[in-house]
Design a protein around this ligand. Structure first.
Ligand SMILES: *Cc1c(COP(=O)(O)O)cnc(C)c1O
Length: 372
């Protein structure tokens, strides 16, 4: 069995260091807003090339708090992509604003700048580009439109830890950026976690209060905040992993290269790379015909392939009547039945990658002959 993501191998490799990190926190006993949190926040800000990092409870809260810190709320429209994880749109809803869903570029799967203008109204206040699957969105083109209409850019960087856009890391490509440390992410905790990264000290100040009951000093509450802090334990574990992140991302790129070589003649559309981006392959997503049958065959062969995402956001019951769709996102709708994510993580072996590619080629042929 080859899983979509092999977390077991990662934690086996770091066993001693993680135990030591946990022990350090246990000895100090500062489980909430402790020293290791401050150390990790400094290290992750430096890693991104940002002034500030604020650890929060998860990626959804990171996005919600980032939106609120930028002053977004009821009556505001926020543009994002229709093909993303539900959290991107739910965060906008939770901030009180309205998500406006647009299509993605069919080649890169990130927000199509050409479709932004048609979605802008007098209520539009922000754009949330998602660096989907680990590839930075087309930020310069998005920035031009944002500048023209005075819109705030808030990055959803939950899938793009370490990815670079023209040399700069995701996290510093807008006013503020949200990260998730969900276990399966490129930088993942052993539980839930998230962070907001920004160069704006005022936004950072709001976030430090906003995540902690709106207080700067205990029992003095300046804004109606929430309880969403990154655990000190998780921060200590993440700090250990952060030191490996670049090497792990490099291994992901090698795995992607190997898939590309092995699948060059297969009946699949390989992921499109953008010239401006250094992809970190959170996911390796191909497109193929008869995807559901192919996926079933892969599962039968012990390959833990997945779908990101099977249902476009505007088709989710949770978002009915809560989002706007100025134009049908035709690529998102067509691709939802074709997308197929192959196993990828820093610990998958070349042999396993060959096994997955072989199983995929077999499955494609079998499904094709069954349907002939
Ligand atoms: C994982 C993810 C999130 C949410 O992160 P959680 O930590 O699970 O709340 C948001 N956006 C995208 C694109 C994601 O992949």
């Amino acid at each position: 069995m080859i899983p979509l993501v092999n977390l077991h191998a990662m934690h086996q490799a770091l066993d001693a260091e993680i135990r030591e990190a946990v022990r350090r926190v246990m000895v100090r006993g500062d489980f909430v807003l402790g020293e290791e949190l401050a150390l990790f926040e400094r290290a992750f800000a430096d890693y991104c090339g940002a002034r500030q990092c604020i650890g929060v409870g998860n990626g959804l809260d990171a996005l919600t708090l980032a939106l609120k810190a930028c002053g977004l709320g009821p009556g505001d429209e926020v543009i994002t992509a229709a093909n993303t994880f539900v959290a991107t749109a739910l965060a906008i809803v939770q901030s009180g604003a309205t998500p406006v869903l647009v299509d993605h570029d069919p080649h890169t799967y990130t927000l199509d700048p050409k479709r932004l203008s048609g979605a802008i109204t007098s209520r539009t206040k922000a754009i949330v580009p998602v660096h989907l699957y680990g590839q930075p969105a087309n930020m310069d083109a998005i920035q031009v439109i944002a500048d023209e209409h005075d819109l705030t850019i808030i990055e959803d960087a939950a899938q793009a830890h370490g990815a670079r856009y023209k040399g700069r890391r995701c996290g510093v490509l807008g006013k503020v950026a949200a990260f998730s440390f969900y276990p399966g992410k490129n930088l993942g905790a052993m539980g839930d976690g998230g962070a907001v990264v920004t160069n704006d000290d005022e936004v950072a100040e709001w976030l430090r209060m906003g995540r902690n009951y709106g207080s700067r000093t205990k029992y003095h509450h300046l804004i109606p905040g929430v309880n969403s802090r990154l655990d000190t334990l998780q921060a200590a574990i993440l700090h250990t992993k952060l030191e490996r992140l670049d090497a792990w991302n490099e291994r992901r790129r090698r795995v992607a290269d190997l898939y590309r070589t092995l699948l060059c003649d297969a009946d699949v559309v390989l992921p499109g790379g953008a010239g401006y981006a250094e992809h970190v392959y959170h996911l390796f997503v191909v497109r193929c015909p008869q995807r559901d049958e192919v996926l079933a065959e892969l599962h039968r062969r012990g390959v833990g392939a997945g779908i990101h995402y099977p249902v476009p956001l505007h088709r989710q019951p949770a978002l009915q009547g809560r989002c706007l769709v100025p134009r049908p996102p035709t690529h998102t709708e067509a691709f939802a039945d074709q997308l197929l994510s192959l196993p990828i993580d820093p610990f998958i072996t070349d042999e396993q990658v060959k096994g997955v590619a072989g199983a995929l080629i077999e499955s494609l042929e079998l499904v094709r002959s069954d349907n002939a």
